[in-house]
Ligand binder design. Structure first.
Ligand code: ASP
Length: 361
């Protein structure tokens, strides 16, 4: 593998859809026959750079690498690393990648993991970049759907909660647009609707979506209900968060209106958007979903380290050093050495790090 063709996973789009299928299929095999994969990553090291809290993503990656016989280095509290001394992502990644065979990174700024990949000497996996994307949660979700619904096509999927800031929602919506005949019901308040760039992607794929304000009006038509928490840490003020919390709650009464085969998913953590009484309903699959996440990450690590995946270059747009992304949470507004790079859609520019759209003046 040369530096230019590392199979970085920043957005699921980096991999062809055939790779998503082979990764989820391999995960199913690992779950059925774990003994075959013991020691498959002997001598390999995974570096985990977690600049933001995580339970499932971090622990499932760690457990995945340990089950494959590999080792782990890294931090989950940047205050205990040179980040606290002001080190840039570029430098931290350069160093960590020289100690590792694969890097897994989570960071609060959007586009930050792509920025890390630009400088890395090994493949980098995005474990969540701000409110932007979370591709390994999406692989988890695709595996859950495949294993539990038997298909990734022809599904009516409801997404409920913080659809504006929920990175798992953005990544999964984009992925499900690549399969036939899926429909989406987007359930949120006016303030927390899905960002326009994602709606544009849905429309461009020819899929239908509707936007509604209550769970009650959506539930009867759904095959899958994907619940999410209100992302407190992404709000500008506590006041704004308070105006949005506690709006949606899935309880036993609402589940009565759901079809007998509708499944409930949630990337977790749950706050109060699913009542604990729903946990015993056989249609509630969120804990099982988290377990699938470990197998899909074992499969991903193996596929990346075995160089089984072909990827596209990280930046393909036009370099525009004088143009700045308007998204205040975009990494390009924090790391001055990054090349500003945009896709140009006839005068509308899309930042290649965070996907924010801006009009040329
Ligand atoms: N665990 C998911 C994430 O990291 C969902 C969440 O935090 O609400 O995005």
């Amino acid at each position: 593998m040369t530096k230019n063709n590392f199979p970085h996973l920043i957005d699921l789009d980096n991999y062809p859809v055939s790779s998503w299928d082979s990764i989820t299929n391999l995960a199913i095999d690992i779950k059925r026959n774990p003994h075959i994969y013991v020691g498959a990553c002997n001598g390999k090291i995974m570096g985990t750079l977690f600049y933001e809290p995580s339970t499932r993503t971090q622990m499932s990656f760690q457990s995945a690498m340990l089950r494959l016989g590999g080792g782990i280095i890294g931090f989950d509290n940047p205050a205990n690393s040179s980040v606290a001394k002001g080190e840039s992502i570029k430098d931290t990644t350069k160093i960590a990648s020289s100690y590792s065979d694969i890097i897994v990174m989570r960071h609060p700024l959007e586009g930050s993991v792509k920025a890390a990949a630009l400088t890395s000497d090994c493949p980098v996996v995005n474990a969540g970049d701000g409110g932007h994307l979370h591709p390994t949660q999406t692989l988890t979700d695709l595996l859950t759907l495949k294993a539990e619904k038997g298909t990734l096509s022809g599904l009516t999927v409801g997404f409920c909660g913080d659809l504006k800031n929920g990175r798992t929602v953005h990544s999964l919506l984009k992925a499900l647009c690549c399969y036939d005949n899926n429909k989406f019901v987007l359930i949120s308040t006016e303030e927390l609707k899905v960002p326009t760039y994602i709606k544009n992607r849905i429309s461009a794929s020819g899929k239908e979506y509707t936007e509604v304000n209550t769970l009650e009006e959506a539930i009867p038509s759904l095959d899958v209900l994907y619940m999410t928490r209100i992302q407190r840490e992404r709000f500008g003020s506590e006041e704004e968060y308070n105006s949005q919390k506690h709006v949606f709650c899935l309880d036993k009464k609402k589940m009565k209106a759901a079809g007998k085969d509708m499944i409930v998913m949630h990337p977790l953590p749950r706050v109060d958007e699913i009542a604990v009484e729903v946990d015993d309903d056989p249609r509630a699959l969120y804990f099982k979903q988290a377990n699938y996440g470990m197998y899909v990450r074992m499969s991903l690590i193996l596929s990346v380290l075995n160089e089984d995946i072909k990827t596209k270059p990280l930046l393909t747009g036009t370099k525009m050093p004088k143009v700045c992304c308007h998204n205040q949470k975009c990494i390009t507004n924090f790391e001055p050495s990054l090349p500003h790079s945009f896709r140009n859609y006839g005068g509308v520019l899309e930042c290649e790090y965070c996907d924010e759209r801006l009009l040329l003046e």
